[in-house]
Design a protein around this ligand. Structure first.
Ligand SMILES: Nc1ncnc2c1ncn2[C@@H]1O[C@H](COP(=O)(O)OP(=O)(O)OP(=O)(O)O)[C@@H](O)[C@H]1O
Length: 366
């Protein structure tokens, strides 16, 4: 699936001028409050008609102002999951789900109710009314209702924003399953780096109504300079690794990559599976010699590929570790003292405890 957006639109004094193309399975629209994420999603959904531009899903033209084409919302075959679940309160979960397929022509229904119920783990909720569901359960049903309509694309506008951390953790694996198993592309609005790092295959960064960057999640997240200042401490690298073994004696899992091994607190992925881990730049130190007598268990070796002076006397040092960049944010003073230069051998030292379980995902193909 390819989503192509190239639009210009004005909302009051706000100018939205956004162009991007994504073939990702989960494309995150990421940006601070007021950057235009919801407006962009509403344009894709057909809730807003742009003043100028084109929107295509898999080559199908949904909007082309030059050709006066505007496919109305109900004909777009796009599912929309909002921040609040918006379920019908007088209907049971089962009735809410079935309502989703009502508008889809019989010949175009591919989603089976049983498969959707199974995917989202909501079988035990079918006879309940929404008032008896938790926030996370409501959102799972809302996602199910969107899926049952057999959409060609699903839009999710901050679907976790109204949930507490426990509910977020409960629903994340279902969104991952949807991304990995359902084969329906997702456009996902978020302003949380942690959420985006875990879920996104691709990222479109919005700032002031314009696309400031777009591309594969790994590439975008390591550009710390692109992240909003308040989220910069969350930026870093996404590494793909293989689960090598589980060290049950210490409750740890060993992950392997060409640049070395790292240990994280027990991960439930099977040995041999691919996982993606996020390493925040703030949690990485740089050594120019192999470190010895260190309590940190995780040392990856590589070569410095870039030293970029950032704001606040801090420098971002990128170390190419077997083809995967690891970024360390250190003081500019340390960078000078170590005399770090591109091409030089270096070691990224990562404290085990710095791995955030939220950012350790199941294996996904990127
Ligand atoms: N109908 C409208 N009329 C005038 N201005 C609008 C309208 N809709 C949105 N805006 C403005 O457009 C800008 C972008 O809004 P939008 O809701 O798309 O941002 P967002 O990135 O989704 O923000 P948030 O994360 O807070 O939801 C904001 O400044 C908002 O006030």
């Amino acid at each position: 699936m390819t989503l192509l957006v190239d639009i210009r639109h004005r909302l009051g004094s706000f100018e939205l001028e956004a162009g991007f193309e994504s073939s990702g399975r989960l494309t995150a629209l990421f940006g601070t409050s007021g950057s235009g994420k919801t407006s962009l999603v509403n344009l894709i959904a057909g809730l807003i008609r742009p003043m100028q531009g084109r929107i295509l899903v898999d080559g199908r033209v949904l909007v082309d102002t030059a050709k006066r084409i505007f496919v109305p919302m109900h004909r777009r075959r796009i599912g929309y999951v909002f921040q609040d679940a918006r379920l019908f309160p007088h209907m049971t979960v089962s009735q809410n789900l079935r309502y989703g397929r009502f508008f889809t022509p019989a010949g175009e229904r591919y989603a089976e109710l049983d498969a959707v119920v199974d995917l989202l783990g909501i079988g035990h909720l079918l006879d309940r009314r929404p008032s008896l569901l938790s926030g996370g359960e409501k959102q799972r049903v809302a996602i199910g209702r969107a899926l049952i309509a057999s959409p060609k694309l699903i839009l999710m506008d901050e679907p976790l924003a109204s949930l507490d951390d426990a509910r977020k953790a409960e629903i994340m694996p279902y969104i991952e399953r949807l991304r990995d198993e359902a084969r329906i592309p997702i456009v996902y609005v978020s302003h949380s780096v942690a959420e985006v790092a875990r879920l996104a295959t691709d990222i479109v960064m919005l700032a002031g109504g314009k696309v400031s960057a777009s591309g594969p999640a790994q590439d975008i997240l390591r550009r710390l300079d692109l992240l909003p200042a308040e989220e910069r401490h969350q930026g870093g690298s996404l590494l793909e690794m293989i689960v090598a073994e589980h060290d049950t004696a210490f409750g740890m899992s060993v992950l392997r990559s060409p640049a070395g091994e790292i240990r994280i607190f027990g991960h439930d992925a099977l040995v041999g599976s691919r996982v993606r881990v996020r390493i925040r730049a703030n949690d990485v130190m740089v050594a120019t010699q192999p470190p010895e007598g260190l309590s940190a268990l995780n040392v990856l070796s590589g070569k410095v590929s870039q030293v970029r002076e950032g704001p606040g006397m801090l420098s971002d040092v990128t170390i190419d570790c077997g083809g995967q960049p690891v970024i360390a944010r250190i003081t500019s003073r340390s960078a000078r003292m170590l005399d770090l230069k591109p091409g030089q051998s270096a070691f990224a030292v990562i404290k085990t405890v710095s791995f955030d379980p939220d950012s350790t995902t199941r294996g996904i193909t990127i």
